[in-house]
Write a protein of this length. Structure first.
Length: 144
């Protein structure tokens, strides 16, 4: 968790997950039925990821991301090292490795469910149609 890529990786996970659950000018928000989870761990993962998106990643919630001024001298923020200058630290919260594993399982299962739904919709929209020989863009007026 102290690896320099931990923060950016978690931010990428949060942003990627939350995108279809928040307002956007693209394909819109997933329907509410995709927000319902039978397993408590999946519901908790969903809520934690959206909370992190709102408090840490997409916005700066001042109640969560508190700025601390660090005077010169030894500092726990520098792992015991000493600083000759006044510094600052931005507090927040981290996810444990077990939480990240739950996120991985949750997002994988949700992705599989969404993929199955997409397959059904593709068959409903295009099944039996004569289609172009190469890929083409989805038009949002096609019944979605």
């Amino acid at each position: 968790m102290d690896h320099p890529l931990y923060g950016p990786l978690v931010a990428a996970i949060v942003v990627s997950y939350a995108r279809p659950f928040t307002d956007n000018d693209g394909y819109g928000v997933l329907k509410k039925r995709w927000w319902q989870f039978d397993h408590p761990k999946r519901k908790e993962a969903h809520e934690l990821l959206l909370k992190a998106r709102h408090e840490l990643v997409a916005h700066t919630d001042i109640g969560v991301r508190k700025v601390k001024i660090v005077p010169p001298g030894p500092s726990r923020f520098l792992k015991g090292a000493q600083s000759d200058h006044v510094g600052y630290a931005v507090a927040g919260y981290l996810f444990t490795l077990s939480q990240v594993r739950i996120f991985q399982q949750h997002t994988s299962e949700l992705g599989q469910c969404l993929h199955k739904e997409v397959e059904v919709l593709l068959n409903t929209l295009y099944g039996g149609m004569e289609l172009p020989k190469s890929a083409f863009d989805l038009r949002l007026n096609e019944g979605l």
